[in-house]
Design a protein around this ligand. Structure first.
Ligand SMILES: *[C@@H]1O[C@H](CO)[C@@H](O)[C@H](O)[C@H]1NC(C)=O
Length: 317
């Protein structure tokens, strides 16, 4: 009985492996727009797809970021300045893309641009702190998608949205986790709607990787400045020790971040080039073995496990 199950599992894995390695033809004629190409996953993916022969349209927030990317890529790769929080910037970029792709349409849209700071315990933050992150990670992603969807439909192409394991499990405050839960929800409904048009929607769920989001001194600086602006009563309730332990945990986490960004960009490339892309890609061992399994546990159990690594405030009940 067990043997048969193992054989069946083996056959299924073999079948899936075979199915997933079938690649769509004519990649060198296909245009892909990627947002957030100044650094991190977007930057690596842009160069990776360029090397594979696709026609990369790279959205960058800054001109120096765009110039650096152009210098590191072939002459096929083109850049466009794109601030996903600005409707006029998105409209201009969409018109620019339309000009380039014409009747062929846009094969791939990779919504990658994202920020994490300000991140801190929810009580420490203001509405504007939440809005700042939601505007980039969620509202920006939605507006970019809505603006380019007609072109993606024309190509019967792909939308690849970068969520996070934090879109499945939330254990720190601020706009980041809500934004990523929002990306999951938006992508799920979009995928259902788009299947009738032959457009495939994939969600990427990276664990902790070494990017500007996790490894910038800005995160720590903004964290400390948030602490310093807190009312005395709030600060006393958490205590100086809480701040120090939180910072120590943050630094320990940064050390453990996976530096190999290609684990994530390989998933994105698969979503864009395979005949049978997956709905979801968990990238990194921590995502696969820790965070995604944790997210399936009953909340009472996952809370207990997660609170082991949390500092205790000074005035705990
Ligand atoms: C990074 O991951 C890829 C798999 O996506 C692997 O081929 C490569 O060897 C890894 N690089 C390092 C430095 O571990």
């Amino acid at each position: 009985m067990w043997l048969w199950l193992l054989v069946l599992l083996g056959l299924w894995l073999l079948w899936r492996w075979h199915r997933e390695r079938q690649t769509v033809p004519g990649l060198d004629e296909k245009f892909v727009l990627i947002t957030g190409c100044d650094s991190g996953f977007g930057n690596v993916l842009a160069r990776q797809l360029d090397a594979r022969g696709l026609r990369v349209l790279a959205g960058c927030l800054t001109e120096p970021g765009a110039a650096q990317l152009r210098a590191a890529a072939s002459s096929r790769l083109q850049t466009v300045l794109l601030d996903v929080t600005s409707s006029s910037s998105i409209a201009a970029a969409a018109a620019w893309v339309q000009e380039r792709v014409g009747e062929r349409g846009l094969w791939g849209l990779v919504n990658n641009a994202g920020i994490a700071a300000p991140a801190a315990p929810n009580e420490w933050l203001s509405k504007d702190d939440f809005v700042a992150v939601l505007n980039v990670n969620l509202v920006g992603l939605i507006e970019v998608t809505l603006s380019l969807l007609p072109l993606v439909k024309r190509a019967r192409g792909r939308v690849v949205n970068v969520a996070s394991v934090m879109g499945r499990l939330a254990f720190f405050g601020g706009g980041y986790c809500p934004s990523k839960f929002g990306v999951e929800a938006f992508s799920d409904s979009l995928r259902l709607e788009m299947r009738h048009f032959g457009v495939k929607v994939s969600i990427i769920e990276p664990g902790y990787f070494k990017t500007a989001i996790t490894n910038s001194p800005i995160v720590e600086k903004s964290f400390i400045s948030i602490w310093e602006r807190l009312p005395d009563e709030t600060r006393a309730s958490y205590g100086e020790n809480y701040l120090q332990e939180f910072l120590a945990a943050m630094r320990a986490m940064q050390k453990k971040c996976n530096p190999n960004l290609s684990l994530v960009t390989d998933c994105m490339e698969h979503a864009l080039t395979s005949c049978h892309p997956r709905y979801r890609y968990a990238a990194g061992w921590d995502a696969k073995l820790l965070y995604i399994p944790l997210s399936y546990l009953p909340s009472a159990l996952s809370d207990t496990i997660l609170s082991w690594s949390y500092p205790k405030p000074a005035q705990s009940a």
